[in-house]
Design a protein around this ligand. Structure first.
Ligand code: FAD
Length: 397
């Protein structure tokens, strides 16, 4: 091993030991049984534990209060979190990734000083981008902001805003110039969720969870000092916010996918009474899932260590999302077919663990959010087709 690799292995051993000593042993039971309030408390306690162990926000540099890890160390942290497996910080994803990258790129010194330390203390943010008629075509958004003195007065509606019911702040896209072309009249604001005129209504999902919300905005006043970047520069800023989803967190997703494949492999061998007895068709499927999980993992490592080196360039995350979503859905479908029906609901659903809650039916239903979240699969196909392969553009009406 090179000295560098030795250091990394020592670091990995430290992270693993730390997880062993600090992940609450019964966290799955705690989270499964928790009310909204105790879930929030659990997430905050886990955030504080990670912070005290120097493992919160592995991507944040020291100047913003992060641990200042190298990309290789960040990969190790995400891999070990997934392998342990440790609880995910679902409530804080928008804060730790989207808001962080946006403020670092475009925020004022005052905005960074106010919010980045607060995020490390557990400030929860939500994202108010989508609207009833503006999802894939986000630039059609209609929530209107009119400037009055040193405030914007905002009216409109947002939808699908994850964890808005818990958030103290919201990153909000508004239309400030209705005369300009769609992408040129949008402004990016930071909205205090305690402002008068905000109504948050939860939406019940097929899984029974209520993580999404509608946000109604009725004459909400937002100080101009809460604007990120210039007026009407919001579209450009939102691209940075959305690209924050391509971070090393994807490694954790690929690892968790690999762990599900391993569970299916073990169950299969057990069910058929030995590896030699697993039917060839099932063995072929397992090899396919395992291979795709490994390729996705390698792809994430490549994205982090050699950004832009892939033939897909900036659109490698689109490739990741397409392959990840289809693999996860096919894998969970196979598990459902394979599992005894009594075990579908065997485990209590775990809040905030997405497709890895261990309640098979809910995980399967939840896996379909990957077809939609962060830009639908159809949109990713359009991007790859037009911008990577140079195929004809879709019709613009
Ligand atoms: C888990 C999850 C979390 C989310 N969290 C948030 C959040 O916190 N904040 C937020 O603002 N939003 C959030 N969203 C919303 C998400 O960004 C939108 O749902 C997504 O952009 C799709 O928009 P839409 O739902 O309006 O569907 P539409 O855009 O109306 O699409 C409907 C269908 O038409 C297809 N379609 C649309 N346009 C095209 C095209 N040009 N070519 C081919 N097919 C097309 C789509 O693929 C889809 O199948 C979240 C969504 C999910 C699933």
């Amino acid at each position: 091993m090179t000295p560098h690799a030795q250091d990394l292995e020592a670091f990995r051993a430290d992270v693993r030991a730390w997880l062993g000593a600090n992940v609450p042993p019964n966290w799955r039971e705690t989270v499964a049984a928790s009310s909204d309030e105790s879930f929030r408390r659990f997430q905050l306690e886990w955030l504080e534990t990670l912070r005290s162990g120097g493992l919160l926000a592995p991507e944040w540099p020291v100047e913003y209060g992060g641990p200042g890890l190298s990309p290789e160390q960040q990969i190790v942290v995400h891999e070990e979190m997934a392998r342990y497996p440790a609880p995910r910080l679902g409530l804080y994803i928008v804060s730790l990734y989207h808001v962080f990258h946006t403020l670092v790129a475009f925020g004022t010194e005052e905005q960074k000083a106010q919010h980045l330390p607060a995020i490390l203390q557990g400030e929860i943010w939500c994202q108010g981008f989508s609207e009833p008629s503006a999802g894939s075509d986000l630039a059609s958004l209609r929530t209107r902001a009119v400037r009055e003195g040193d405030e914007y007065v905002v009216n409109g509606q947002k939808v699908w805003s994850s964890y808005a019911m818990d958030a103290s702040w919201c990153i909000l896209l508004v239309r400030t110039d209705p005369e300009a072309s769609k992408t040129h009249g949008i402004t990016f604001l930071l909205m205090d969720m305690k402002s008068p005129g905000i109504t948050v209504k939860p939406i019940k999902q097929a899984t029974g969870n209520q993580e999404f919300n509608e946000i109604f905005l009725d004459d909400v006043r937002i100080p101009v000092s809460n604007r990120v970047g210039e007026e009407n520069q919001g579209w450009q800023i939102a691209q940075v916010t959305l690209s924050a989803e391509r971070g090393p967190g994807a490694i954790e997703m690929a690892e968790r996918l690999g762990a599900i494949v391993e569970r299916l492999r073990k169950e299969t061998v057990l069910r058929f009474g030995g590896a030699d007895r697993v039917p060839a068709e099932l063995a072929r499927s397992l090899v396919g899932y395992w291979t795709r999980a490994q390729l996705l993992r390698e792809m994430c490592v490549g994205m982090l260590l050699n950004p832009g080196a892939s033939p897909a360039g900036d659109y490698e995350s689109s490739v990741f999302k397409l392959v990840f979503a289809s693999t996860l859905q096919a894998l969970l479908h196979e598990m459902l077919e394979f599992a005894d029906q009594d075990t579908f609901f065997a485990a209590d659903p775990l809040r905030g663990e997405g497709f890895d809650s261990r309640n098979l039916l809910l995980d399967y239903l939840g896996s379909y959010e990957w077809t939609i979240a962060g830009g639908t699969n159809d949109i990713q196909r359009n991007l790859i087709s037009e911008r990577v392969l140079g195929l004809p553009r879709e019709a613009r009406w």
